[in-house]
Design a protein around this ligand. Structure first.
Ligand code: F6R
Length: 242
């Protein structure tokens, strides 16, 4: 694991967007997996700007959404699907047949998970996974206590996740379950970028990077990945001791 501390959210987002662009230049058929949320928002904006400025063709890439709120339709502005459509797909030439997002309304979420696992295996694995970290140390919807050995699965959401998650929705929304790639997908991804910004993430970043590697703090798994980069700003790095 490599740690890079940037001055601010803009600088780390710029670097993250650059890494995606460089990967696609090297490997036009790259398999990308992104989280949604506040942290990667600026990365997505800068990715759109850079890809347009440099005329980057993303039509051969495969795009995989990291997770989704079970029961929340894609038209809801708090869904991960809404985020990706608005921030990424409508601005860039991803091919719709190469976009894979969890269907949160599926009658069989277990089947959704199997299909997503198959998509990843059939496409040769994830080349780049870009994740954020929750206030409880989750990655995707891999909540505290989850096994490091799971692929896609349905998760019962932690109280922290359901309350912090309200920030994405216009009105109070009942959130109970998530559907998510598992930490085994993260471990098997060829490259992982973990992003965090702001002072509110400082405590969880300190625990993830300097505490025990444990499923009680899923983000600590990032230290088990041989090709991971933790990209944080000075505020998120403020509680690191070393
Ligand atoms: C969202 C996701 C979540 C977020 C995490 C941090 O797709 O996978 O794990 O990355 O909750 O959220 P923000 O970036 O909004 O602080």
């Amino acid at each position: 694991m490599q740690l890079i501390v940037f001055k601010d959210h803009h600088d780390l987002s710029q670097q993250a967007a650059e890494e995606i662009i460089e990967l696609v230049k090297r490997k036009p058929g790259a398999v990308l997996c992104l989280a949604s949320g506040s942290t990667p928002l600026l990365t997505c904006e800068l990715l759109v700007q850079k890809a347009r400025a440099e005329n980057i063709d993303l039509s051969s890439c495969t795009f995989i959404g990291l997770d989704e709120w079970v029961g929340i339709p894609p038209e809801n502005e708090g869904s991960c699907a809404y985020f990706f459509h608005n921030q990424v797909f409508k601005h860039l030439n991803f091919s719709s047949s190469h976009i894979y997002l969890f269907n949160a309304l599926s009658d069989s979420p277990q089947q959704e998970c199997k299909e997503m696992d198959n998509v990843i295996f059939e496409n040769g694995g994830i080349d780049l996974m870009l994740v954020g970290v929750g206030m409880n140390g989750h990655i995707g919807f891999n909540e505290p206590g989850i096994s490091f050995d799971l692929y896609a699965h349905v998760a019962e959401l932690d109280e922290t996740t359901t309350s912090v998650g309200q920030k994405y929705f216009k009105e109070a929304t009942e959130l109970h379950q998530g559907i998510t790639l598992g930490l085994k997908h993260l471990l098997e991804s060829k490259k992982v970028l973990l992003l965090a910004n702001g002072s509110k993430k400082a405590a969880v970043i300190q625990k993830a990077l300097e505490g025990e590697i444990t499923n009680r703090l899923p983000a600590s798994i990032i230290r088990r990945h041989p090709n991971s980069t933790v990209m944080i700003d000075e505020e998120a790095a403020a509680m690191l001791k070393r």
